[in-house]
Write a protein of this length. Structure first.
Length: 324
């Protein structure tokens, strides 16, 4: 991380399926000012870039303007680090290949790097969080989708095309749920926040037992509702977490066989469900992991505040970005 005293700040931006959060960050990893826009409100990407810049520019002015910014890092679904493009992201309103890094660079005059949102979270965790000092770990982000950032020997794995590490799209049930990517049975369809809501709807139809979740119109159920019901001891809600944790823990046991990570770090809203989700994950991981790996991989929760983690992770890219 090279600090230029004339440019003591970076910008970090996290593009989620629902919200886009951005902030100005200093070299110590403090988010000094931040704001957000609703991603889904902008069907046209130019309007989206306009909306972000309209809110971001006043933040930059507070710290001396664009000339004080070393670089900007962006974390986005299907973000390609090599090309600075978002490519065919199923959870975003813009289709095809979007040259987003170049668009922001042109508008703001700030060198911009872009990567997959889960990779950004992994960089944030490595720079400022639970993965400090770890050389081999896997970051799993549980949000609108399931993302992953894989770090091996201290390096993020990008693969030959910039897209390595899509563990959310490992098929866990070939005859399973339809996924936004076009295939069936991806991990993401079960273990994302949206996947948990889908499980709740399925369980409510398939079973007759009473549940607090029956008080909510089926289509409006969200993963937070399942958590709230579980806290009150709702049996069906607890079973939804059991089911979700088992699917995720079994998948994690497979991921351990791939890179033998020292830790798997879970990040995102769903990870905040505490023991309700962590216990079933841990149990399924231990039951399914190969003998030689037993007890070697720690299951950790992210140490970064949700909004900050993605912004911080993306901002870490800003320090390294090359001025074109």
């Amino acid at each position: 991380m090279t600090i230029n005293m004339e440019k003591p700040y970076v910008v970090g931006m996290d593009i989620g399926g629902t919200n886009t959060v951005f902030g100005v960050v200093d070299s110590r990893g403090n988010v000094l000012a931040s704001d957000s826009v609703k991603t889904q409100q902008y069907a046209e990407v130019n309007e989206y870039v306009d909306a972000v810049c309209k809110k971001l520019l006043p933040l930059l002015q507070q710290f001396g303007g664009a000339e004080k910014i070393k670089g900007m890092g962006v974390g986005a679904p299907n973000g390609n680090y090599y090309s600075g493009t978002i490519e065919f992201a199923p959870n975003l309103p813009w289709k095809g290949i979007i040259p987003l890094a170049a668009m922001f660079e042109e508008r703001l005059g700030i060198p911009t790097a872009l990567t997959n949102d889960a990779n950004a979270a992994a960089i944030g965790e490595m720079t400022y969080g639970a993965a400090r000092g770890l050389k081999d770990f896997i970051m799993i982000t549980l949000g609108t989708g399931v993302g992953s950032g894989i770090v091996i020997n201290g390096q993020l794995v990008y693969g030959h095309d910039g897209f390595a590490g899509e563990l959310g799209h490992v098929v866990v049930d070939p005859a399973g749920r339809q996924c936004g990517c076009g295939r069936k049975g991806c991990l993401e369809t079960y273990c994302s926040a949206t996947g948990v809501a889908r499980t709740a709807r399925e369980f409510l139809v398939a079973r007759s037992e009473p549940s607090l979740l029956r008080n909510i119109p089926s289509e409006e159920i969200q993963s937070k509702d399942v958590y709230d019901a579980a806290v009150k001891g709702d049996k069906l809600a607890l079973e939804i977490f059991e089911f979700t944790g088992k699917v995720l823990g079994t998948a994690l046991a497979n991921f351990v066989a791939f890179s033998s990570p020292e830790a798997i770090i879970l990040f995102g809203g769903l990870a905040k469900s505490g023991d309700y989700i962590m216990k079933p994950i841990q149990k399924a991981l231990e039951e399914n992991v190969l003998n030689i790996y037993k007890g070697k991989t720690k299951l950790l929760l992210s140490q970064l505040k949700d909004a900050d983690a993605a912004v911080l992770g993306a901002s870490a890219l800003g320090w390294e970005v090359r001025e074109s």
